[in-house]
Design a protein around this ligand. Sequence first.
Ligand code: ZN
Ligand code: ZN
Length: 610
Amino acid sequence: MDARTSPFRARLTQLREVLAREGFDALLVPSADPHLSEYLPGRWQGREWLSGFTGSMGTLVVGQRAAALFADSRYWEQAERELAGSGIELVRIVTAAAPAHLDWLVEQVPRGGTVAVDGQVLGLAAAQALKARLEAAGIRLVTDRDPLDAIWPDRPALPTAPVYTHQAPHAPRSRADKLALVREAMVRHGATHHFVSTVDDIAWITNLRGNDVEYNPVFLAHLLLAPGGGRLFVGAGKVGEAERAALAADGIAVAPYGEAPAALAALGVGATLLLDPKRVTLAFRERVGAGCKVLEAINPSTLAKSRKTQAEAAHVREAMIQDGAAMCEFYAWMEEALAASRPHGPVTELTIDEKLSAARARRAGFVGLSFSTIAGFNANGALPHYRATPESFATIEVNEGEGGLLLIDSGGQYLGGTTDITRVWPVGTPSAAMKRDYTLVLKGTMALSRTRFPRGTLSPMLDAIARAPLWAEGLDFGHGTGHGVGYFLNVHEGPQSISRTIPEPNMAMEPGMITSIEPGLYRPGRWGVRIENLVLNVPAATAEGDTFGEFLEFETLTLCPIDTRCIERSLLRADEIAWLDAYHATVRERLAPRVGGAALAWLHARTAPL
Ligand code: ZN
Ligand code: ZN
């Protein structure tokens, strides 16, 4: 883009005038909203509006002389392109590294200077860390101003999509039960009040769903629970009469979205407010009335929501059948289309997204996709968060005698659960190097899927089990091994994870949690492998009883063949082959009654024993 005509350059100039007027040396613009969600409504995409960078993660820092965007390797190519002409420098950061933008701020802003950030989109815990770092460098932090407001005339309004009830039988726990459970936890903490901002927690507690952000069936709201009742702060017109009456019956009144800060300010002496510093913003914390005591702890709903009930798990097993059947139909089509490009025409990464989404949309209980499909062929598969666009996509084809790997990571939202699965398929004849990589990753997926471990085992210990077959060969991958998954909610859900992140006790596995197991291996510019299943955590019955404490294990939920043509058989042990054969027998048994024709033939071919 021409530097003289870039709208972003003009916006930065305007912003710098505002900063100068207010006496700020720099502005920090995180990718965040007042609910600290992963997907942001347009109103809070200020980082994108200012910089032109459309990636879902990235922090922008604007100083008087320089501006920089901090993004990890997933976004480097895209950021380079989108920032051209804006006058914003791209700073390439390594995933999970220490916050590099803080170093930048400390370097750019003189001692005695001032940094501004909108406290309405800054998590309380993150704010505390930011403040400590800046104060140590003699820099003042101002959090009660949003300088964007003055220069963003057409800032999008709040989303207005209606809220609906997640009905029984798919919502097996009643709202009254969930409220009782949260209130019990409040009593244990000694809290009279509890404030919740995270939209998936609110959706879970209220059994309501919405359509305010892409891929996650949530709605923007805050919830304040008080003795004997509560208030749901939500946009005007979003909650219909029936929902309003049902909420009232459970003691929850509907209030205007903008009134949450005033409700916190009204809390005074005698009130004890429970809030989660990782899930509530600084601005809300600062509004709490002076006499009110504040207790910081993880939201009780975040813990409860992660532990699916047996009834929920039963619905998830059915959703997995629907999802697996959709994939059989899609993959049967894809293999046929790849084998004979006529009459279908060439298969591209975009066709895959379109056809796979259509196959899911035909299944019972389907609501929408759980994230944007990643279909990456060869070099594109080496980009863990690749997304094909109409401007840039690959055609799935290889020259005679050559081979390639096609990685497809996709998922759906069903009324009875949320899915997320990655498979890798051969195109043509994959090379020995491709097969070796594929088999080593598969060994990691299988090793962790079969693991038994004592309850309370820290997350990095499980992470290492999936990496061990790769580590043995001097290989590794740059993302976590697994993330929690919601129940007809966010595909990324805490508190548990399987990763190298320095663990907290509430990140450990508990029975009922649904988590992904997705080790990978990426050869930049060549190919990528990732094999992902969702697993349910269940108690393990061991021969020792509970002599050595309580043990846990995983039930694999995802139902879809794992390609065996890419396997280098000499790298698998007999017990690994037996696990894979048994998995395929289960996949065949559960999916065969739900598919027919070419899909059934494909299922039989791809689940044949090794
Ligand atoms: Zn995935
Ligand atoms: Zn995943």
